[in-house]
Every structure is written in C-alpha cells, then in structure tokens.
Write a protein that binds this ligand. Structure first.
Ligand SMILES: [Fe+2]
Length: 396
C-alpha cells in the first residue's frame, strides 16, 4: 500500500458495526419454501402475523399450507393495521401467549413485520412496547422470526427496528434491538404482483428515499455506502417499469431486492430529514408514508446540497444509475432533486405541500414536530425547527 493511501485512510478514521446477519432467500416462488426454511430453524408452532387483505388475497393460506406440509403448527393473527399501534402489538402478543407459539412469521408490509417484532419483544421480555423504545432495551433472548415482505418498501425485513405508534398519543416509537432482527427473510417477487398501483408507487418511492437518505446521513460509512448505492441502482430504473408494467417480474424482483438492500443501509446508517418531515404529515393529515417521504425528499436533497460532501454523494448516486447531473442547470444535488421531482410528477404523485395541507397555518407546528423526530439527528446538515420550517415552505 502506498504511503499516500495509508495517510488518506488514517485521516478519515471510520468506525462502524457490521450488520447482524439475516439469511435472505430471494427468487420467484421463494415463499413456497417457507415450511422447509422454518423447519431448518427448528420451529414447531408459529404465529403468522398478517392483515385481512393478505388473508383475502390468499397469501396467508399459501404460506400456512407450506408450513403445515412441513409439520409446523400455525396460529394466525390477521388483525395488523397500517402504522401499527401499541394496542395492536399487545393483541398479537396475547394470541402468541395463549397459543404457546415458539416463533413468529411476519407476512406483509412493514406493518406486519413490525407487529411481529413488537409482539416478540413483549412475549419474551414482558412489559409494554414503550419499554423497548430506543436501542437494545431487551435483556432476554427473543423467539426466532421469519419475515416475508409483500411490498418493496420499508426494508423492515433487514432491520432490527419495529416502528410502533402509541395508541393514544400517536407518537411513533422506534424500538430497535439486534435480538429482534429476522433469522430469515423470504423475498418472493410473485407476492408483490397483486399490489394495487398506489401501494406499488408509495412503497417504491419510500425505498428510493431510503437509498438516498442513508447515503448522506452523518452515520454513513463504507458499508452503508455499498448498500445505499446498490439499492439505488436496483430501485431507480425499475420504479417506472413496475408502474407501467405491473406484471414485470424481473422489475418486481429488482424492487424487492433493492428495498431489502435499502433496509440494510438503514440498519447501517439510519435516515434523515425527509423522514422527519414526513412523519408529522402522516400524523396530522393521514398522508401515506411513502407519499409524504417522496414529496419531501427533493427539497431535503436541495437543503443538504449546501454541503459539498453531500453534493458529491448525490453526484455518485446519479452516475451509478447514469443520470447526468453534471451538465444540468444546477449542482449535482439540485439536478438529482429535479430528476426525482419529475419522476414523482410523471407517476402522478403530489410534489407540493399546498395540495396536502391547504393553508400554511400548520407549518410552524409541523416544523416543531419534524425537528423533534429521531431521524432529524442523523441528517448531515443541522435540521432544527427553523430549517424544517424553511424546507416545508420550499415544498409549499
Ligand atoms: Fe420510509
């Protein structure tokens, strides 16, 4: 190694943890192997945590059959709700307790996977979900978890975090623990074929936002950079494809793998201000998570582009997917923001805050809440109340 190279690396001392390993089983028809994969883990009775929509779509039965064929007993909890609450997690835990299960399967979007993780906390470690708000609060081992995402979005399948809202205050609690991460994630693009267009769109944009936000956070590192870049390469070119051609299994597969990679990136470097700005929009105006994040992302990219290092990263991401951001009107960040705004408009997603919140009177309160979100602390550029208010006004 040359002396120059050594100097370069020692100047930029980088400390980061390798992420906890989850076995990823990816491919068309992968869900057919659920029973065998559960057997490999030595499971004998699982709580299958899912929602009514997936029961009606036949996915829950499909997974149940595979488990039963492998000799595994199955109890189904199908009461998962969007943005799962402490009450919802409590109910799932109670059923798991009554049925004496030895494991969990989360089948669905982030809500199902997070509910399974939340119930696992309570069943194995007791107390209420609030006790696990933060990082590594569980003291005892948790039961094995298998996750089967049916959307290409949250990346919860590769994360140790469960996002659960307080049933009364609606406060979102991020409960993270390395013991909560899934043993196996089954990524079967066939399960995403039946998604309504709006769900494909909102979850897809959310995943793209995960790739972009994780790339620049103040916790970014060499490992997260690998995941962010790979996720962006898989997600961006395939997003338009799955919207225009929903049955394109190759594109569906790339989105699903990309979302999982973006989940690994979150695990390695957290998220930033687009997520902080989105959460109050969901809490007060019921805006779907992906829609809110997608709308705020271009404005956050512009905001972060005040930092030269962020502009450089946005440029690297863009060139990884062959978007030309060097020759446009602005800097690399502004050009990436313009590209994403165009993409949102092309698929018919809102790009202006005024279309969602009406008047400006709520903006100061929204900004206050955005600044207090956990993710705000990881944004590369300080994003306090004033900055959040300015970004909302830009987006207005
Ligand atoms: Fe997200």
């Amino acid at each position: 190694m040359s002396k120059d190279l050594i100097t370069e690396h020692t100047n930029a001392l980088s400390v980061f943890e390798n992420i906890k390993r989850t076995k990823l089983v990816f491919g068309e028809g992968a869900a057919l192997h659920t029973g065998q994969l559960a057997k490999d883990l030595g499971l004998s009775h699982v709580l299958l945590v899912t929602d009514v929509g997936l029961v009606n779509a036949g996915h829950a039965e499909f997974v149940r059959e595979s488990l039963v064929k492998a000799g595994i007993e199955v109890t189904i909890f199908d009461q998962v709700i969007e943005n799962p609450t402490s009450d919802c997690v409590e109910k799932a835990k109670q059923l798991a307790f009554d049925a004496k299960v030895d494991s969990f399967i989360g089948l669905g979007g982030g809500s199902s996977m997070d509910t399974a993780k939340g119930a696992n906390f309570l069943l194995t470690n007791g107390g209420r979900i609030h006790d696990y708000w933060g990082v590594n609060k569980a003291t005892k081992d948790m039961l094995p978890l298998i996750v089967i995402p049916t959307t290409a979005g949250t990346g919860s399948e590769c994360q140790s975090f469960a996002l659960i809202s307080d049933s009364e205050t609606h406060q979102k609690m991020a409960c993270g623990d390395t013991k909560a991460i899934a043993k196996t994630a089954i990524l079967d693009p066939c399960l995403t074929l039946s998604l309504p267009e709006n769900v494909t769109m909102c979850t897809g944009i959310d995943a793209i936002a995960h790739a972009v936000e994780t790339a620049v956070t103040n916790k970014r590192n060499d490992l997260s950079n690998l995941f962010s870049t790979e996720a962006f390469k898989l997600l961006l070119p395939n997003f338009s494809k799955v919207i225009s051609d929903p049955n394109n299994l190759n594109a569906r597969g790339s989105m699903l793998l990309g979302a999982a990679m973006a989940g690994c990136a979150i695990e390695a470097s957290m998220l930033g201000a687009a997520h902080s700005l989105a959460n109050p929009l969901t809490a007060h105006f019921n805006v779907i998570h992906g829609q809110a994040v997608g709308m705020m992302l271009p404005y956050v990219i512009r905001f972060n582009s005040k930092l030269a290092e962020c502009r450089a990263i946005y440029g690297q991401l863009s060139s990884a997917v062959q978007i030309d951001t060097a020759s446009g009107l602005g800097n690399e960040g502004e050009n990436l923001a313009a590209y994403l705004l165009n993409l949102l408009k092309k698929v018919g997603m809102p790009v202006q805050l005024r279309d969602i919140i009406g008047g400006k009177q709520m903006i100061p309160l929204l900004a206050k809440e955005a600044a207090s979100q956990w993710t705000a602390g990881f944004n590369p550029l300080l994003a306090g109340e004033i900055e959040m208010e300015n970004i909302y006004l830009e987006a207005y």
